[in-house]
Design a protein. Sequence first.
Length: 119
Amino acid sequence: MQDKVFISQLQVNTIIGVFDFEKQAKQPLFFDVEMLTNFAQAAKSDNVDDVVDYAKVSERIIAHCESTQVELLETLAEQLTTIILNEFAVSQVTLRISKPQAVIEAQTVGIEITRKKQS
Ligand SMILES: Nc1nc2c(c(=O)[nH]1)N=C([C@H](O)[C@@H](O)CO)CN2
């Protein structure tokens, strides 16, 4: 059984980018996260301790962005999917990061990765 917990359009203002001007000021990133998990225990217990808590995952993403500085979205995505798989009861995570201020002619640009927990 594959159940899913998701986070949509989590905004984090952070320093990221290749160019010098991007290292001078924060810009918004938007995170969409899909995490495969199993609801069986939580549905029996009705206890938040038995779920992948989307609020805690959101806090963790924000905290990591505030404590690290990288150039590429790909680097940040790899770091965050590793953290989510290591710290939460998730078998697979798909992370999409959008960077709306990067290309003015586009509504947004970004990347998406999917990573599975090693079995
Ligand atoms: N695939 C990517 N392409 C680009 C990235 C990135 O992180 N991943 N970053 C940049 C620059 O930082 C850009 O956002 C500045 O406008 C360019 N391409």
